[in-house]
Design a protein around this ligand. Structure first.
Ligand code: ATP
Ligand code: MG
Length: 407
């Protein structure tokens, strides 16, 4: 049997980037050969094994044929006769379809090195169109390598466009899509992911609510960039620049969905867009089965981001409602993420990227003022049940009034 490094490990070494996980392909072996060497089989349908010591993935060389819709609709053929070139041709991009032996001799039948030099994300063969997930993967690689100057080859973008129009994207499971979306949002330039999806028509299929924001104007006084879609991309860009976690990035992407529902005659104003957007945010959350913390933060940011911007003008009672909605007493971290998302929203505007955001510290101060109310003295006064709850609220309100006066 011959063993080769494949995929990301080869690509990233040639790019001079650190290699974290290594995938291997094994040519000329059977399942029995692998088991005899102590490899542990994983997955029922794939001939993939874990190395007994390193735990890295070793896959038998295989060919694939599409036999139905979606990813389930694939038949695999693995046998000792399948060549390295046959295995490589089923891969998505030329830069991902190179292999390397233990002497670092490269096998590159589909010109991955040429495309690395040309900074092109190019599909290996027309079979690219057999798995719609590749549309998301290419957009994700575009987001990751944009800063190195990579772009999607025009003919690949054309295939992605055909795939988006064919209805195949709808066959993707929420789990597979979310895995790509979440990884893409955590890249350096997540806005490029959304841009590429939009360019090939996939955004309209996957997240029509986000796609609808492009072409919707906002008041120039607050939004020099005017366009709501452009603003959304800038907020995402800021979130990445400030190394925000996935929750904040997801909330950034969805915070203004309500603006896509404003009747044209009301443009460029968007009265009550925060509230109107909630059902759209919920729909996108559920479509991709986003994790609970992402879902929650997106909804809260959607509903309250304008409160964040107006923090210094809010009445103490409104501040209290805000803090209560976030359950800031038990969930301080979530409130911090809300503040971060508001700040990214404020900075994600043309020419205002460097602005200061005093609202952030003001909100933190309000949270700690409300949190400083001690429950013990109220218990000692004999409050219990709902009355205790009311008494705590009264004290918190007092604390917030004092806070606002001294601030
Ligand atoms: P990363 O750095 O994100 O891990 P990677 O290229 O290693 O990038 P993996 O998802 O680990 O990506 O997959 C390893 C290799 O398997 C890829 O380089 C590619 O050759 C192939 N591959 C993975 N998923 C697909 C797919 N859906 N269609 C075609 N080829 C794929
Ligand atoms: Mg990998």
């Amino acid at each position: 049997m011959q063993i080769y490094k494949v995929g990301g490990a080869v690509r990233d070494r040639l790019l001079g980037k650190p290699v974290t996980d290594i995938d291997w392909v094994v040519v000329g072996a059977t399942t029995e050969d692998m088991l005899a060497k102590g490899f542990r089989p994983v997955g029922a349908d794939f001939p993939v094994f874990l190395h007994p010591k390193s735990g890295e993935e070793y896959a038998l060389a295989r060919t694939e044929r599409k036999s139905g819709r979606g990813y389930g609709g694939f038949t695999f053929h693995a046998s000792p006769e399948v060549t390295l070139e046959e295995d490589l041709i089923r891969r998505d991009l030329t830069i991902n379809a190179m292999a390397e032996d233990d002497q670092q001799n490269l096998t590159d039948p589909y010109h991955g090195q040429r495309d690395l030099k040309a900074r092109l994300l190019r599909h290996v063969s027309p079979a690219f169109a057999e798995d719609p997930l590749r549309v998301l993967r290419v957009a994700r690689f575009a987001a990751r390598y944009a800063k190195l100057g990579f772009t999607v080859a025009p003919e690949t973008l054309e295939l992605m466009r055909q795939l988006s129009e064919s209805g195949e994207l709808e066959a993707l499971t929420a789990e597979r899509s979310w895995k790509e979306i979440s990884r893409a949002l955590l890249e350096d330039q997540p806005q490029v992911f959304i841009e590429v999806l939009r360019e090939c028509g996939a955004l309209k299929v996957l997240m029509p609510e986000v796609d609808a924001l492009f072409g919707v104007p906002q008041p120039e006084a607050h939004h020099p960039e005017v366009d709501t879609g452009v603003h959304t991309l800038s907020v995402l860009e800021q979130a990445a620049l400030h190394q925000q976690p996935l929750t904040v990035r997801w909330a950034s992407l969805l915070h203004d969905l309500g603006k896509g529902l404003t009747p044209e005659e009301e443009w460029p104003r968007h009265i009550a867009h925060e509230h109107k957007g909630l059902k759209l945010i919920k729909a996108v959350n559920e479509r991709f089965k986003a994790p609970k913390d992402c879902q929650e933060l997106a909804l809260l940011v959607g509903q309250y981001h304008t409160h964040g911007h107006r923090a210094l003008e809010l009445k103490p009672s409104t501040l209290l409602e805000l803090l209560q909605s976030f359950d800031v007493y038990r969930r301080p971290q979530r409130f911090e993420e809300f503040i971060a998302a508001c700040e990214m929203d404020a900075r994600g505007r043309k020419g205002l990227e460097q602005r200061s955001y005093p609202q952030a510290d003001y909100l933190r101060g309000a949270a700690s003022a409300a949190r400083s109310v001690a429950v013990q003295p109220l218990l000692e006064k004999g409050f219990k049940g709902p009355e205790l709850g009311e008494a705590i609220k009264r004290e918190r309100l007092k604390a917030l009034k004092a806070y606002k006066e001294q601030a």
